[in-house]
Design a protein around this ligand. Structure first.
Ligand SMILES: *Cc1c(COP(=O)(O)O)cnc(C)c1O
Length: 403
């Protein structure tokens, strides 16, 4: 059998939606994007607004830009994430400060964040690994308790009255996740979602930013600033400019070019219409793994809680006590049986680009333990029962051989 890791789920309805947009006469940012923004924000608490962009990376970088983050500022994030989270901090010229994950888990530790906050800290970027939300209440408590250290956002065009560190969620994995009734997207000051091809909901490439009013700045003012940053700082988007007689525009500052196209938004809207079903399909696959794997194999998170609900983006299996080489061999053996597995994530400091940050493995004992013992298992909506049974059989067989 051949079991892929996470192929995209594209239906005939998705294809029709894209084709209709191609035939409509308007293909870049326009009505589809605006509808997609409205529909994405529906499940969130009122007052939250969404801006769609071409990636989660762009969403995070724009947040740092509108906050005026730059040289001399520190941004705290997890050592256990994808490179995008750290790259955006460097792109704006700020210093990434990396912290370890919680004991036994994959999300960053609020205690480590507390120790890392200095008077230079402006933003914290927690990452909802695998779609499991971070403990935002604990993070906000830490931010409140360190308020006296905070010195403002002096370079921001908008946020002159900021009185504490800002929390920007890397919610690339967690669309549809929630803590109690509060959905991911309304758990932090800003939340960045990814619609990259491997994510739960895809527009091939794409992302979205959600936010609400902050430090006296209205949601609409923030939205306008995000839109400016997404299109060269130009004060009229393509659709507005396309109106007859409306040719003239100004460029207010040198922004980026990272707007979403209507083609992508049409695909996203079509995917969103069945997203509740997507979550349910993923939850079932995840639950099957949990039930079927023999002790001591575990599926993260192990301490399932009534209030924390994942979006089941990843099914991370842990093999307690295995070495890194043993884990790699395990993945190779699975591959020989036709099963694609993965590792999420290689701690950032093992990547060449981040060696110069000057950290050592010993700084992150929890993250390195998770890393060496973890294997991400195939999880996708189209996965058939017999396919999953095959994966589970192979996992059990390999585990027996290993131990
Ligand atoms: C995929 C991913 C991103 C980047 O998303 P893009 O839409 O590709 O920019 C950021 N953070 C994490 C944790 C991711 O997995």
């Amino acid at each position: 059998m051949n079991i892929p890791f996470s192929p995209p789920d594209i239906t005939e309805d998705d294809i029709t939606a894209v084709a209709n947009t191609l035939r409509s006469g308007w293909i870049t940012t326009g009505p589809e994007c605006k509808m997609f923004e409205k529909e994405l924000s529906l499940p969130w608490m009122s007052g939250y607004r969404v801006a769609v962009l071409n990636s989660a990376t762009a969403a995070m970088e724009i947040v740092l830009r509108i906050l005026g983050i730059g040289f001399g500022d520190e941004v705290i994030t997890s050592v256990y994430t994808y490179a995008a989270t750290v790259n955006v901090i460097r792109h704006v010229g700020a210093t990434p400060v990396l912290v370890d994950v919680i004991e036994g888990g994959y999300n960053l530790s609020h205690l480590a964040v507390e120790r890392a906050i200095t008077s230079r800290t402006k933003v914290i970027i927690p990452v909802d690994i695998g779609g499991y939300p971070c403990d935002y209440a604990a993070l906000y408590d830490v931010v409140e308790s360190k308020k006296d250290l905070f010195t403002g956002l002096p370079r921001s065009r908008l946020f002159h009255h900021a009185d504490r560190v800002v929390i920007l969620a890397d919610a690339a994995h967690s669309l549809g996740a929630r803590i109690g009734e509060a959905m991911s997207g309304s758990l932090a000051d800003f939340s960045a979602f990814s619609f990259h091809a491997v994510k739960n909901l895809t527009t091939a490439e794409g992302g979205a930013l959600s936010f609400t009013h902050l430090f006296g700045v209205s949601t609409e003012d923030i939205y306008r600033e995000v839109m400016l940053w997404s299109l060269h700082g130009q004060d009229k988007d393509a659709l507005t400019k396309a109106a007859k007689g409306s040719w003239e525009y100004d460029v207010l500052f040198s922004g980026y070019k990272c707007n979403m196209t209507d083609i992508a938004a049409a695909l996203g809207r079509s995917q969103l219409r069945r997203y509740h079903q997507t979550l349910e399909q993923r939850r079932k696959i995840y639950a099957n793994y949990r039930l079927a794997l023999p002790s001591p194999l575990l599926i993260a998170p192990w301490d399932v809680d009534d209030t924390y609900h994942s979006s089941f983006h990843l099914a991370i299996m842990q093999i307690p006590g295995i070495s890194e080489e043993g884990r790699n061999q395990f993945i190779r053996t699975m591959a020989m049986s036709g099963v694609a597995c993965n590792v999420h994530f290689k701690p950032i400091i093992l990547l060449q680009a981040f060696v110069d940050l000057g950290y050592q493995q010993l700084d992150f004992p929890q993250a390195f333990n998770r890393y060496k013992e973890s294997i991400s298992l195939p999880i996708y909506t189209q996965m058939q029962k017999q396919e999953q049974e095959y994966v589970i059989d192979k996992l059990c067989e390999n585990y027996k051989n290993y131990s």
